[in-house]
Design a protein around this ligand. Structure first.
Ligand SMILES: NC(=O)c1ccc[n+]([C@@H]2O[C@H](COP(=O)([O-])OP(=O)(O)OC[C@H]3O[C@@H](n4cnc5c(N)ncnc54)[C@H](O)[C@@H]3O)[C@@H](O)[C@H]2O)c1
Length: 347
């Protein structure tokens, strides 16, 4: 069972070769020199074969069980579906691999808790794909905020996407919307304001995958007002066509100061001395693959961090415990929206 990757590259398996994997994760892995892709696995053999063409010598599998039994591997990058993420990651850990898993890492809090325990038991890391922390302007804003004498304590967040349908058996479209989209932002709220202690949420349902949540999240370092809707332009439908944009804006407000981010593109800082600073990074210095979507989106950095954590024998910046805490918020919000009551979040 290989462990020490310092003298060689990280022998990696890619499990789940669908849209997120082949459009986003695999291109980033392809330009990160620490990864050596040994195998691509998808229950759809055509998808695995197509994905393997990107990585010279990569073998193709339909079953991750067979792959884990046959190959000598250090790590897996898992992007299948929320329904089976937890089970597949657990098998990888038991086979001695570290795992990067797309969000949501599990479909229930209990599954996530079991992964936290298994990660400790096996001494193998699980990193969750909460790439928003790695987006340059979010990371920059967090740094500016912590350097302020009185850090901003009000986080005002608006996110609008398009039609949303459930891909998890037994879950309503509105719960799946929190599980697959809301979860990213719950992690971002924790990133800026610390642990979420309690939530108040209301839900407006228009039917047919159109809904809006209004939420108040009470955090250790402040309060977040978050409205999240699936009534705008971005459309994920069953035929997997993607169109439009996520409409995302946020403000971090403190005494005499505010940080404002518009669609991940321009960060404006209203300083306490009255000056206004704008940050609009240019990615022109990066190669095309490293730039734009992969770098600006935070995907390149999250996968670089996963590799670094393996090489350095330490926990990654985002762990399965962060995944568990974000899932606790998902289900607390769902419960609050259903009951109309304020719900305490388990930390
Ligand atoms: N971080 C982000 O920005 C982001 C964006 C989109 C999707 N995602 C996440 O990525 C994951 C994948 O989403 P997607 O849009 O690529 O879905 P998808 O349906 O396009 O791809 C999933 C792939 O996994 C394969 N698969 C399913 N079960 C499998 C198994 N047991 N063994 C092997 N292969 C299996 C399917 O055949 C399919 O090719 C989801 O969890 C989703 O939430 C993350």
């Amino acid at each position: 069972m290989p462990t020490d990757t310092r003298q060689r590259r990280i022998r990696t398996a890619l499990i789940g070769c669908g849209r997120q994997a082949t459009w986003i994760l695999h291109p980033a892995i392809g330009v990160l020199p620490r990864y050596e892709v040994i195998a691509c696995c998808d229950m759809n053999p055509e998808s695995a074969t197509r994905a393997a063409q990107r990585f010279a010598g990569a073998r193709v599998y339909e079953s991750h069980g067979e792959m884990l039994a046959r190959e000598e591997l250090d790590a897996a990058v898992v992007a299948t579906t929320p329904e089976n993420h937890a089970a597949i990651v657990a098998e990888c850990l038991r086979a001695g691999l570290h795992a990067f898993v797309e969000k949501p890492p599990a479909k229930t809090v209990e599954e996530a808790r079991a992964l936290v325990a298994l990660s400790q038991e096996t001494g193998r890391q699980v990193m969750v794909g909460f790439m928003m922390r790695f987006r340059p302007l979010n990371a920059w804003a967090a740094r500016l905020a912590t350097e302020m004498a009185q850090p901003p304590a009000l986080f005002n967040l608006h996110v609008g996407v398009g039609l949303w349908r459930s891909k998890v058996t037994g879950y309503s479209g509105t719960l799946y919307f929190l599980l697959s989209v809301g979860i990213h932002y719950f992690d971002l709220v924790r990133f800026f304001l610390g642990e979420v202690r309690q939530v108040d949420a209301r839900l407006v349902e228009y039917g047919e995958g159109r809904a809006a949540y209004a939420m108040l999240l009470d955090c250790v370092r402040g309060v977040c007002v978050f409205d999240l809707n699936s009534c705008e332009q971005l459309t994920f439908t069953d035929d997997r066509r993607l169109g439009g944009h996520v409409n995302e804006r946020w403000n971090l407000v403190g005494p005499g100061t505010a940080l404002h981010l518009e669609n991940c593109d321009t960060l404006t800082w209203l300083r306490t001395d009255g000056r206004v600073e704008r940050y609009q990074p240019s990615y022109l210095g990066l190669s095309f693959l490293e730039g734009q979507a992969y770098y600006a989106g935070g995907y390149y950095q999250e996968l670089a961090e996963f590799a670094a954590s393996i090489d350095e024998g330490r926990a990654p910046a985002v762990t399965i415990e962060d995944g568990r805490r974000a899932l606790e918020i998902v289900f607390a919000v769902a419960q609050s929206a259903q009951t109309g009551e304020r719900i305490r979040v388990e930390n």
